[in-house]
Unconditional design. Structure first.
Lengths: 277, 386
């Protein structure tokens, strides 16, 4: 059966997603979300209206804060509600996740993440500034942290946060997010050290060399639109199969609660033991 | 490969032989751990090994290793440190004993007026670090604690930082993972089996050079290896660490778990001038990297940023029937040993401080000490300042 899908997102995201959706079978992309079977939106009001009309929902930030209210309604009405954690669908992350789930890396011990963007980079709302990284470590460790420490940089460089998390069984994560690169490429690095193996998903490895005089440049080989496409596919698959989506509201809420604890720790320059249940 | 390179460098300098009065005579005071220290000394034309020595009361395995080194280098081996110093009149001492003895041997050598080359860490006890630093200062001798700061990638990074390409540094991060095994994996001890004896495990580890923690006192990786990455950050930032927050665990190795020391650690560093840093460090197992380990630096400044792979330059070598234990990437152009010794000779000649002297190593030991305290307490800890 052909599923009608609408994207209520700002451009250019809307156009990008519409283009990607056309690669999926038995899917019809329409403009009017009120006529769709499924809606992808970043707008909390539209999300609420869509759910009220029985439409499946791919919830994009900054509407995550509506997720907790929407979840019971969706559950009652058998509506698929999937938060858009697009970062989980990056091929580099999926490769690490696959090795972990297959048991090749053993018990995760340490996750290190660097995310650097240039000063123009979209900060997003404060609520989701570190949400992707927190969600990734929660996902890989299988549970939220048990301790939180964080520091922001000095007033000279406010667009920086370093997050230090402890997990059960001695697991730990160090995350630094910096917004202050010169205009140009961002940098991402994700490494997971496990008890029987390790995985290193580092932009440093994904550079080519470009010689145009002077020192060589190292342009990045990107992952293109595969994350967005993978997420879309996961959403559609969940709708068709009736199974739980790849990302649940509980994942988003857990990450948001940790992010709040991170902000508190950074404000107080101290470590907190936390229990997220 | 590193040893062959050093030998070739030494051979180059044979064209200009060093006159006897310029040679720095060196006593090898215990070489039970990393013999690459006295070997590095031996291959530099300004230095001449003249005697190996250790305390008579040391166990047999210590004397065996010392004697083996002495025999290879044609040195007399004297089971009396003071007598060796008195009879052979060295100018300097290279000390690669168990870490818990570094301070004692160093103090004795410094009191005798000898310049010091010490294996890392300076000591397992912070008070010992303070003591030896004071003695070195009082005696006016030069000291160098072994480090990796002269590796090509580190020199390259330093050049870029000094040139101002990054502007003012805001944040510095180091990953320092040695992909080495350290005995049986955690969880392998069967019920009823005794805990692994730390000393015995270290003695066994000598065969593959992973006995950095040799000694009676168990040492976690922060103590064993932490000085290397912290020395990198110190060199690149020129700043001191004021406060730390750390998490540690025994994640990989039964010996570390049995002896309650870390084989995996993360440290957040708050440094002077608002610089923020971090360290991820561990002995993560041979399966977790095709080479020595993932050792990287990430630097962020007001005008730019840099990602450095410490192992470069390197050459990839793959062959049929290649041993799984053989590194697939071979480090090349590594002059760290020679450059350190050249630097030390210069310090002796001019009276200048070395790039990692006893005082600097003491400060780094204070950072490690604070990190371990933080991990025990679960809160940030101020670093002791001197």
């Amino acid at each position: 059966m052909t599923l009608r899908l609408a994207f209520h997102l700002p451009d250019p995201d809307r156009q990008t997603h519409q283009r990607l959706a056309k690669r999926l079978p038995n899917l019809c992309v329409i403009d009017d979300w009120t006529e769709a079977d499924a809606v992808a939106t970043h707008d909390a009001d539209v999300a609420a209206q869509a759910v009220a009309r029985g439409k499946h929902l791919l919830l994009h930030p900054p509407a995550f804060e509506a997720a907790a209210d929407l979840a019971p309604v969706c559950a009652d009405r058998n509506i698929c509600l999937m938060p858009a954690h697009e970062w989980r669908f990056a091929p580099s992350i999926l490769a690490v996740r696959s090795a972990l789930v297959a048991g090749r890396l053993g018990q995760p011990g340490l996750i290190r993440i660097h995310r650097w963007i240039d000063a123009r980079g979209d900060a997003g709302s404060a609520a989701i500034d570190c949400l992707p990284e927190i969600d990734l470590v929660n996902w890989m460790f299988g549970a939220p942290p048990t301790s939180v420490f964080a520091i922001r940089h000095s007033s000279e460089n406010p667009h920086f946060i370093q997050i230090h998390l402890g997990f059960r069984k001695g697991g730990m994560a160090l995350i630094d997010i910096a917004r202050g690169l010169p205009e140009g490429d961002p940098y991402d690095s994700f490494s997971l050290i496990g008890s029987t193996g390790a995985a290193y998903a580092d932009d440093h490895r994904n550079r080519q060399l470009l010689f145009t005089g002077g020192p060589a440049a190292a342009p990045r080989v990107g992952q293109g639109s595969t994350p967005a496409l993978g997420q879309l596919k996961a959403f559609i698959d969940a709708i068709r199969s009736g199974s739980a989506p790849a990302v649940g509201v509980s994942d988003t809420i857990a990450a948001m609660r940790v992010a709040e604890a991170v902000r508190s720790a950074a404000d107080n320059r101290t470590a907190h033991a936390v229990d997220f249940g | 490969m590193v040893r062959n390179l050093n030998q070739s460098i030494a051979m180059k300098h044979q064209d200009q032989p060093v006159p006897p009065e310029k040679r720095i005579r060196v006593a090898v005071l215990s070489v039970v751990k990393h013999d690459y220290l006295p070997r590095a000394v031996a291959t530099h034309p300004r230095f001449e090994l003249v005697v190996a020595a250790d305390d008579e009361a040391q166990p047999a395995w210590v004397h065996e290793r010392n004697q083996a080194f002495a025999t290879e280098f044609g040195l007399p081996y004297v089971r009396d440190v003071q007598r060796a110093i008195t009879e052979f009149k060295p100018d300097a001492a290279v000390i690669s004993s168990q870490a818990e003895r570094h301070c004692d041997l160093g103090v004795r050598a410094a009191n005798a007026g000898l310049h010091l080359i010490l294996d890392k860490p300076l000591s397992t006890r912070l008070d010992d670090c303070v003591r030896i630093t004071e003695i070195v200062r009082q005696r006016g001798v030069r000291s160098l604690i072994w480090n990796r700061n002269m590796l090509p990638a580190l020199l390259h990074a330093r050049e870029i930082v000094r040139r101002g390409d990054l502007g003012r540094l805001h944040a510095v991060h180091c990953d320092f993972y040695f992909s080495k095994d350290a005995g049986p994996p955690k969880g392998s001890r069967r019920p009823g089996d005794p805990p692994i004896d730390w000393m015995q495990r270290q003695i066994e580890a000598h065969a593959d050079g992973s006995d950095g923690g040799v000694g009676i006192q168990p040492m976690g990786e922060l103590q064993v290896e932490g000085i290397y990455p912290l020395a990198y950050l110190r060199m690149l930032t020129g700043t001191a660490v004021e406060r730390v927050y750390a998490l540690t665990t025994s994640h990989f190795h039964q010996a570390h778990a049995d002896n309650h020391v870390d084989d995996l650690a993360t440290v957040t560093l708050e440094m002077t001038g608002g610089v923020t840093g971090s360290l991820c460090l561990g002995r993560i197992g041979a399966a977790s990297h095709p080479d020595l380990g993932e050792i990287k630096l990430h630097l962020l400044g007001s005008r730019g940023a840099m990602v450095i792979n410490e192992s470069r330059p390197e050459v990839a070598v793959y062959s049929r029937n290649q041993s799984p234990n053989e590194f697939k990437h071979v480090r090349i152009a590594d002059e760290n040993d020679f450059l350190l010794m050249d630097h030390f000779a210069d310090a002796i000649d001019t009276g200048a401080d070395t790039l990692l002297d006893a005082a600097a190593a003491r400060d780094i030991a204070a950072v490690v000490d604070a990190a371990l305290s933080s991990a025990r307490k679960g809160c940030p800890v101020e670093v002791r300042r001197f």
